[in-house]
Design a protein around this ligand. Structure first.
Ligand code: DOR
Ligand code: ZN
Length: 346
C-alpha cells in the first residue's frame, strides 16, 4: 500500500472565491494546497469587463495572507453586451484566461447571463481566433426540462450545435455530472476539455435526498444517479488529458444553505486533495492523480505545470474543520460521510 505520494502542486480550474469578508475567509483554504485557480466571475454585479477583472484580481491578491502564494486566473462573465475588443485586450494583456458562459437563470447569479447565443457570436468567433477558452455551465434552463436531464439536453441542443457553428472555439465543459457529459467530452478533439468536481466523484442524488434533505450536498448541476457518478470516477481516474479538476468549491454561509430556498454549492476547498487521494486510491489510480490535478489542466490552458510539489501521506483518519468561520458567517466544509486517511503535508 502506498503511504506517501509527491505530486506537482495542483491547480483548481473552477473556483468561486466571492468578495469582501467571504473572500478573505475562504481564500486561504484554496491557497494552502493550490497554486492557481480559474476564478469564477459570478459576483454581484458580475465581472464583465477587463477593468472589472483587473480590480477583482487586485482584491483577491490583497486578501491573501502574508506568506501565502496563489495566482488567480481571471475570467469574464459573458453577457449579450460583451465587447469582443475588450475581451481580446484582456486576453492579450495576460489578465484573462477564459470567458464564462452562464445560460441566464442556470445557477447562482446567472440572471445577467446569455439568453440568445446568436447575440454573442462575434465574441465567440473572436475567442476562437485568439484561442481563448469558453468555460460553459452546461445546463438548459427551460422549465419543461427535468433538472436531472438538463445537462444531457444542453449538450444535444446547445453545445454541439455551437461547436459545429464555431469549430475553432476552445471549450471547457464545466463540472460535468453525467455519462453523456463524459461521452461528449471524449468525442471532441483538442478543442474540448471537461472539469470534474470533487463532490460529484463522491455523492449521487440519494445522498441529497435519502433520510432527510441535506442542503450541503445541493449544488448545480445537481448530483445525478449512481451510474453517472461511476462514469465520472472512471473519467477522472483514467489519466485522459481532457479531464481535469475544477472543484466548483462554492461557499455560501450556512444561513443561506440551511434555508427554505437554499443556495447551490458545496464547499470543498479545504479537503479536496485529501478526498481525491481517497477516491484515486479506491480506484487503484493513485499514479494518475497528478494528471488530473496538476498536469491536464495546464496543458489545456496552455500554461506550464507548477514547479512546486505537495506530498500526500496516508495515516490516521484525517481531520479538518467542520466549518470555516468567515466574517460573513460560518461555511460548512463538505463532509464525504466516510473516514479519509490522506493528509497533505504542511
Ligand atoms: O453549485 C453551484 N454553485 N453551482 C454553480 O454553478 C454556481 C455555484 C455558486 O456560485 O454558488
Ligand atoms: Zn461554479
Amino acid at each position: 500500500m502506498t503511504h506517501s505520494l509527491t505530486i506537482r502542486r495542483p491547480d483548481d480550474w473552477h473556483l468561486h472565491l466571492r468578495d469582501g469578508a467571504m473572500l478573505k475567509g475562504v481564500l486561504p483554504e484554496s491557497a494552502r494546497h493550490f497554486a492557481r485557480a480559474i476564478i469564477m466571475p459570478n459576483l454581484v454585479p458580475p465581472v464583465v469587463t477587463g477593468a472589472q477583472a483587473a480590480a477583482y484580481r487586485d482584491r483577491i491578491l490583497s486578501a491573501l495572507p502574508e506568506g501565502m502564494r496563489f495566482e488567480p486566473l481571471m475570467t469574464l462573465y459573458l453577457t449579450e453586451g460583451t465587447d469582443p475588443d475588450d475581451v481580446a485586450a484582456a486576453h492579450a494583456s495576460g489578465l484573462v484566461k477564459a470567458v464564462k458562459l452562464y445560460p441566464a437563470g442556470a445557477t447562482t447569479n446567472s440572471h445577467g447571463g446569455v439568453r440568445d447565443l446568436a447575440k454573442v457570436t462575434a465574441v465567440l468567433e473572436r475567442m476562437a481566433e485568439i484561442g481563448l477558452p469558453l468555460c460553459v455551465h452546461g445546463e438548459v434552463t427551460t422549465h419543461e426540462v427535468d433538472i436531472f436531464d438538463r445537462e444531457a439536453v444542453f449538450i444535444d441542443t446547445v453545445l454541439d450545435p455551437l461547436r459545429r457553428r464555431i469549430p475553432g472555439l476552445r471549450v471547457v465543459m464545466e463540472h460535468i455530472t453525467t455519462e453523456e457529459g463524459v461521452a461528449y467530452a471524449r468525442s471532441g478533439g483538442d478543442t474540448l476539455g471537461a472539469t470534474i468536481t470533487t463532490h460529484h466523484l463522491i455523492i449521487n442524488r440519494n445522498h441529497i435526498l435519502v433520510g432527510g434533505i441535506k442542503p450541503h450536498y445541493y449544488c448545480l448541476p445537481v448530483a445525478k444517479r449512481e451510474k453517472h457518478r461511476l462514469a465520472l470516477r472512471q473519467a477522472a481516474t483514467s489519466g485522459e488529458a481532457r479531464f481535469f479538476l475544477g472543484t466548483d468549491s462554492a461557499p455560501h454561509v450556512d444561513a443561506l444553505k440551511e434555508h427554505s430556498c437554499g443556495c447551490a454549492g458545496c464547499f470543498t476547498a479545504t479537503n479536496t486533495m485529501q478526498l481525491l487521494a481517497h477516491v484515486f486510491e479506491a480506484e487503484g489510480a493513485l499514479d494518475r492523480l497528478e494528471a488530473f490535478t496538476s498536469l491536464n489542466g495546464p496543458r489545456f490552458y496552455r500554461l506550464p505545470p507548477n514547479e512546486g510539489t505537495i506530498t500526500l501521506t496516508r495515516g490516521a483518519p484525517a481531520v479538518w474543520p467542520e466549518k470555516i468561520l468567515t466574517e460573513a458567517g460560518p461555511v460548512t466544509v463538505f463532509d464525504p460521510g466516510f473516514p479519509v486517511h490522506w493528509h497533505v503535508e504542511a
